[in-house]
Write a protein of this length. Structure first.
Length: 323
């Protein structure tokens, strides 16, 4: 089996291609998937660096990643043989780890056949990011006419959250980093501001006509997340779901008195109902009502470059490894 292995925590260079790992066999209730596409995200880079959250603790050595799509090549005890040769999207078995490989074991309960018309790349791009975006909106609903800020708004998750909130009737603004990404967002028909600009508040004011925001979805955290909470009107809703800045947003006591604040502790509550949301976003993607941005693809052996690009913040949308 070919896989990317991490034997020590560190920079992207610790990602090592190994050509001769033992091929896994599916256990009870599992399928074996010949992988075609692997999802790559910011979380992978943090776990590789030894800075992942405790819920994703790993032991060295490990194979990074989780989300994959491919064809079922074998089934374990208790699994119907009709799964054989089915093209699926799934997660590597056993929690985090195992995804950056050409063969993956997966629990059949967490494995989803691709709807007709949906390709493997799109399926991986919406598997986690789409289902999480849907969960965020279910937890912090938006109404027609709401002014909503999504930051970052052009990433794998953020771009889907922008689409779902827009479909719900909200007026959505994407916060992105740098003028090139602002231009790209606008070419996609999305109002955008550059959060690296010290005058980002003035940019927002021009777009909103001076009106305060109703909802902020914050995947950046840190000082930027805290600053965005100040842009909310009284009674506004703040939903924190990420910390690409390296720190979770801390909303002060005064702000909490006038806002409804939901922090990253909401994320584990999404997991029990994830299968329903996955089926929903796969169906939406198959019908072209949810269109992920697949901004970058890399060969499996180029995982080092994929991680370096994510950490350089040069990527747009979702990054994928092709096996």
């Amino acid at each position: 089996m070919r896989a990317i292995r991490v034997s020590r925590f560190g920079g992207p260079d610790v990602l090592e291609l190994v050509e001769d790992l033992p091929s896994p066999a599916p256990g009870t209730g599992e399928v074996l998937v010949d992988v075609a596409v692997v999802g790559v995200g910011w979380l992978d880079t943090r776990i590789r660096a030894g800075e992942g959250p405790p819920v994703f603790e790993v032991d060295l050595p490990f194979v990074p990643g989780s989300a994959v799509a491919g064809r079922v090549s074998a089934v374990g005890p208790g699994v119907d043989r009709t799964w054989l040769n089915t093209v699926v999207v799934t997660h590597a078995a056993g929690g985090y780890g195992g995804g950056y490989a050409d063969t993956v074991r997966a629990s059949v309960d967490a494995t989803f056949p691709l709807p007709e018309g949906l390709d493997a790349r799109t399926a991986v791009a919406v598997l986690d990011d789409g289902s999480t975006a849907l969960a965020l909106l279910e937890n912090t609903p938006v109404a027609p006419g709401d002014l909503v800020l999504v930051q970052p708004g052009l990433g794998g998750l953020g771009s889907l959250l922008v689409q779902l909130a827009t479909t719900a009737g909200a007026r959505v603004i994407a916060a992105v980093r740098g003028p090139e990404k602002v231009a790209r967002a606008r070419r996609l028909g999305v109002a955008a501001v550059d959060y690296s600009d010290p005058d980002v508040t003035a940019q927002l004011s021009v777009i909103t006509g001076g009106r305060k925001l109703d909802v902020v979805f914050d995947g950046i955290g840190g000082s930027l997340g805290a600053a965005s909470s100040a842009l909310l009107d009284d009674g506004g809703r703040f939903s924190g779901y990420g910390m690409t800045s390296g720190a979770e947003t801390l909303v002060d006591v005064a702000a909490r008195r006038r806002l409804t604040v939901t922090d990253m502790s909401q994320l584990p509550t999404f997991w029990p109902d994830a299968p329903r949301r996955v089926r929903q976003v796969l169906a939406e993607a198959a019908a072209d009502r949810l269109v992920p941005i697949v901004g970058q693809t890399y060969a499996l052996e180029d995982a080092v470059t994929a991680h370096a690009d994510i950490e350089a913040r040069s990527v747009v949308g979702k990054s994928l490894l092709l096996v």
